[in-house]
Design a protein around this ligand. Structure first.
Ligand code: ADP
Ligand code: ASP
Ligand code: MG
Length: 458
């Protein structure tokens, strides 16, 4: 895959800092780079006089379109793929006039766009497998980062593009190889010293075999956190289209408000249980490295947003989130009564089918678990039937309430349960951590449950 390296013509040795702990990582999501004007707004934010590593997502909608192109190719419909490629190319070409002022940069960027889309068209001819798919879905980040870097260079900023495929890598288990990332990123920075702004692609990486891969949809947040941990950044900023983590899901509840501060664990629970603003994997690298994460709004940059750190605010319920597409499985058996080893056998079945469990509740004669991956549900149920009577409840959702829910804090769990007094609850999980209490309810009750919690708790 080709990646052009753009270098500023104006190195500024005064600002050179090889001590990476002074660097900040700033990640901008799809909406934040979604139009030429937004790209210009991003440039204003990243040129703050500090040395920044800037992680960019694809322009909003692009990755979905690339997924659609791959889908046509899987379905052996090159015509559908070509039409979609042409429409996307026309959209990118239209951005050029609006973004750049100099004719030279316009021509350079148009040539780059043509090369990129010719590359995409080349996939409509040969065989199509998941390897080609991975390359295609990653092109959105190559496009956005090159366009922004070209703009920065045109405007005289001291900026350069660091290709993520040169340093972002996963190991044989599909986990980020932090040692490799640290070493290769350091080399990239050393080879391109004295720049004020380093631009790189979110989302894309190579796997342990060097093939192009990605960190899953929404994974640019993960890129930012991994880079922050690798360089020991002073902070990791996730810039998006809302002023921080809200106390409830703004897509379903009205009048939600930003939460000023979250503990890493609280943020991880909220992200995992559906708060889309943050990819759940993003929390871990920052937490281990002890680097604060800030959630900020590109459209309202002075808003305080949310700070995520190792500090806990005591005696407070912070926020609510909901995770969809959950299936509850109940296994009852009189054999469980006073028996040991029963749970191990049940869990082994889920492990064998690589299916993780979200919630779990037990009684003397039964156990209920919830899962979100039903790919192997039939086989799992077949095996579970050897141990007891199995009942399935599909179309459920987990409502997760996060805050200082230490068991010594009196009254919080009853307050939360009270808020849901007229909603049928299938499972309750409390005490697994000090930070959350979760309820499993029917998906059709989700909005009502979220609203009821907001009305009573905030
Ligand atoms: P980006 O493209 O910048 O990564 P995302 O779309 O992934 O942005 O995340 C931002 C969106 O997350 C918001 O527009 C909002 O609708 C949604 N969201 C869901 N839950 C929350 C929450 N609790 N707080 C803030 N935003 C949330
Ligand atoms: N562009 C990728 C996606 O849409 C990654 C990201 O935006 O974080 O999933
Ligand atoms: Mg996102």
């Amino acid at each position: 895959m080709k990646i052009s390296l753009h270098r500023s013509t104006k190195p500024n040795p005064q600002n050179s800092k090889q001590n990476c702990t002074d660097m900040k990582v700033m990640k901008f999501g799809g909406t934040s780079v979604g139009t030429p004007q937004r790209m210009k707004d991003v440039v204003r934010l990243i040129s703050d006089g500090e040395q920044n590593i800037v992680v960019l997502s694809a322009m909003s909608g692009t990755t979905n379109t690339l997924v659609e192109i791959a889908d046509y190719l899987y379905k052996k419909n090159p015509e559908g793929a070509n039409e979609t490629i042409n429409t996307l190319e026309a959209k990118y070409r239209r951005h050029v006039d609006e973004l750049y002022t100099k004719e030279e940069t316009k021509q350079q960027t148009l040539a780059f766009i043509k090369e990129e889309f010719d590359y995409l068209r080349s996939f409509t001819k040969g065989i199509f497998t998941m390897f080609e798919e991975k390359i295609i879905v990653g092109q959105g980040e190559i496009l956005s980062t090159t366009m922004v870097t070209n703009y920065l260079v045109e405007q005289g900023y001291n900026a350069c593009l660091l290709p993520a495929l040169e340093f972002m890598r996963t190991d044989k288990n599909g986990e980020p190889d932090l040692e490799y990332i640290r070493e290769k990123l350091r080399m990239q920075l050393e080879q391109n010293p004295d720049h004020q702004i380093y631009i790189t692609q979110g989302f894309i990486c190579r796997n342990a075999y060097g093939e192009v891969d990605n960190l899953q949809r929404g994974g640019s947040d993960y890129t930012a956190s991994l880079i922050g941990a690798a360089v020991g950044a002073s902070e990791i900023q996730i810039w998006t289209d809302i002023d921080g983590m809200h106390n409830n899901d703004p897509r379903f509840v009205e009048g939600t408000r930003p939460v000023a501060h979250l503990h890493f664990e609280e943020a991880a629970e909220l992200a995992y249980f559906g708060a889309k603003i943050l990819h759940p994997t993003c929390v871990q690298p920052a937490k281990f490295a002890g680097i604060p994460v800030k959630l900020l709004n590109t459209m309202d940059p002075t808003a305080p947003g949310t700070v995520i750190s190792n500090e806990t605010e005591h005696q407070k319920i912070k926020a609510v989130a909901a995770k969809d597409n959950i299936t509850a499985i109940n296994i009852t058996s009189s054999r469980m009564l006073l028996a040991y080893g029963f749970l191990r056998k049940v869990f082994e079945i889920f492990e064998n089918y690589k299916t993780s469990i979200d919630m779990i509740c037990t009684s003397e004669v039964g156990v209920s678990v919830s899962i979100d991956n039903t790919a192997n549900l039939t086989q799992i149920v077949d095996e579970l039937k050897k141990f007891g009577t199995v009942r399935i409840d599909p179309n459920m959702c987990i409502i997760c309430v996060v805050g200082d829910l230490d068991w010594q804090n009196v009254g919080y769990e009853s307050e939360v349960a009270n808020a849901l007094h007229d909603i049928p609850v299938r499972m309750i999980s409390y005490g697994g951590s000090n930070h959350n209490i979760s309820f499993l309810v029917a998906a059709s009750d989700k909005k009502r449950a979220l609203q009821a919690l907001s009305d009573k708790l905030f």
